[in-house]
Design a binder for this molecule. Structure first.
Ligand code: PXL
Length: 272
């Protein structure tokens, strides 16, 4: 009989274009040999040119999905992406406590604090930022904001190594065990440095900047690659290091699709 694989749960929104959101998470979990479980929070209408709108899933349906899979199949690691509203965030936080997922349990929990699409379309109602800070961060094993999200969450504009450290310190105060401040577009034409810290250990993870216009789903793919490694039992520094190597290839092999921004691609992992 075939062995049951490790499982990872994504609590996130659907991208009709298939490159971000739960679609990015599922293809990343699959590429890691991890069985993906889904609690859908919202349905976005979008293509390569941008997000045209979204509608959220009723709160009780979101929490019922989490309880259904956690109770029967078991969850080895979980992540959140687009959560859309404060009501969904508060209900997800409460449900995660009930099913024993989060920083003080045996099941790691990654929070990717998705606030907007790359094209600037809001994916979170405004009042929900505070709920992310107070309800989700204290339950998180790791949070993975990009520089725009860092600015929204802390008011700090990261312009270099020093402000990146200051932002990491400010974010840790919200209560996650670890924070990864992704350097992203900070160092034009130079290596891109991500800062990972739990307040004691500080790791600077540098990666080569890859020149591509097709970066849709990059943040989601990074967070779900980390979640995949955590589901397989890696510790946080190992999971983030492995995910950085994974995402570098996904960005290098991103493909054009549609007239706008194409998706990063985990397909390389499956090639013979
Ligand atoms: O990449 C952030 C993101 C997350 N989730 C959904 C999205 C996007 C970006 O477009 O559509 C559903």
């Amino acid at each position: 009989m075939t062995e049951t694989p490790r499982t990872a749960l994504t609590i996130a929104g659907s991208d009709s274009g298939g490159g971000a959101g739960v679609q990015a998470d599922l293809r990343t979990f699959f590429a890691h040999g991890v069985h993906g479980l889904v609690a859908l929070t919202a349905v976005t209408v979008q293509n390569s040119l941008g997000v045209q709108g979204f509608t959220e899933i009723p709160v009780d349906v979101v929490t019922a999905q989490i309880k259904a899979v956690a109770g029967d199949m078991g969850v080895n690691a979980a992540k959140t992406g687009m959560l859309a509203t404060a009501d969904i965030i508060e209900a997800v936080a409460k449900t995660l406590d009930e099913v024993h997922i989060g920083r003080d349990t045996d099941t790691p929990f990654v929070v990717d604090p998705v606030a907007a699409s790359m094209t600037g379309h809001a994916l979170l109602r405004e009042e929900a930022l505070e709920a992310i800070r107070t309800e989700l961060f204290p339950r998180a094993t790791l949070i993975t904001p990009n520089l725009d999200e860092v600015r929204l969450l802390t008011g700090i504009t990261v312009t270099g190594a020093q402000t990146q450290r200051a932002a990491a310190g400010a974010l840790l105060e919200f209560g996650s065990r670890w924070v990864l401040v992704k350097g992203g577009h900070l160092y034009e034409a130079e290596d891109c440095v991500d800062l990972l810290t739990d307040g004691t250990d500080v790791l600077e993870l540098s990666g080569v900047r890859i020149d591509t216009d097709n970066t849709h789903g990059g943040g989601d793919t990074m967070a779900s690659a980390i979640t995949s490694s955590l589901a397989k039992g890696a510790d946080v520094p190992t999971a983030v290091t492995e995910a950085k190597q994974f995402i570098a290839r996904c960005v290098a092999e991103a493909y054009p699709l549609g007239a706008g921004v194409g998706p990063v691609s985990p397909f390389w992992r499956l090639a013979d």
